[in-house]
Design a binder for this molecule. Sequence first.
Ligand code: SF4
Length: 456
Amino acid sequence: MQASIALLEKYSKPGPRYTSYPTAPYFSTAFSEADWRAELMCSQASGRDLSLYVHIPFCDSLCYYCGCNMVATQDYTKATSYLDVLFDEIERSAELAGDGRVVRQIHWGGGTPTYLKPADILRLSQHLHRHFMVAEDAEIGCEVDPRALSHEHVQALKQAGFNRVSVGVQDLDERVQRAVNRLQPLALIQQVYGWMRSEGFNSINMDLMVGLPHQSVASFNATLDEILALSPDRLAVFGYAHVPWLKKHQKLIQEPDLPDFATRLSLQELIQRRLSEAGYVYIGMDHFARHDDELVRAQQQKTLWRNFQGYTTHRDCDILAFGASAISQTDDVYAQNFKRLADYHTRVGQGSLPIERGLRISEDDKIRRDAITRIMCDLELDKAAFSQVWGLDFDTYFVQSLTELEALSADGLVEITPQRVRVTEAGRIFLRNIAMAFDAYLQQTDGAVPRYSRTV
Ligand code: SF4
């Protein structure tokens, strides 16, 4: 245990979560709306399938740990005028993306998508279906905040064709909930969960969070008792990212109340043990699924992928993302919308696509993105297979990365053989550190390294 705490102290340092590579701080305003339009026109010819993301930035109140792009407001007129603009953006993008491309996946995130009234959930869904060809078996998911959710919301989601929901729980302990300004008793979670099952949702994810103020092993163990009794299909247990220099409202969290290294380590051990005993398989960073889940199958078949929405089986889709701060992606390009609502409204109102920044990526970026993705998804990297795909010699191309990994190897977090790089059991909670060895941007020495959250 003592050795493990030493490792946690050694490797807990700022680092990316790798929902993209290069990561968003390296997107540039030199990438313009015209660049994205040109990319969309080119992508028509590819005929690649699509994954759509819709960002609804509104929330009823502010959770102090929040790291999302959101606006807390009780004024629903903000949402209706946002929807008007969003509809225009969706229509404009659909025209440029071209006909005949099949949508395999839709995800609504936020903020709180269920901030929208049931009638507006249906209206937005119909608008998407009017402008895109959505596959009958498309995976359609929505993030759900149990507070202020009604049975009518759940019925509207079902009617709109959603087949996956992700419920934000975080922690059931009242003291923890008070410290982060998110009160939601167990009875409420149970009620919402019951509505979802009765409406026929058979893929329910629950989000939990560790590293919150006042959390202890005993209190989180009690939370796990209640959540596992509900038997969700997937679980995501995120580590709280304390970045008050980026998210000013996190200053409302008292730092002395945050769990220390020893508690955080014990919490990680508790999660791995309890979820494994309950039959969940570790997918990768923070994510667990039942053994018969398609994410587990994809991991076994090495076809799992990772994008801005987390782990996915839809590797070959272009992502079209709508709404303030949303990030679109083709194989060659990332393009992010304006984050500030006022800017987003103005640009769409002017007849533009609201692109604030982006990046056209290089061949080296693609190679490193694949290496990082394989580590994040497969927990190992087959050197020969990788070399064949990219037409290179792995050990030569990644000589610097392998040198950096030697320290992690000496600490038992990664195993390096002539055939492969493999994450060990002990290395699982250090996935971000292992991936960082392949990140060329972190090796830049121009002093412009972004301030990320801590890796563990
Ligand atoms: S509901 Fe979600 S997005 Fe909204 S403030 Fe809370 S954590 Fe942030």
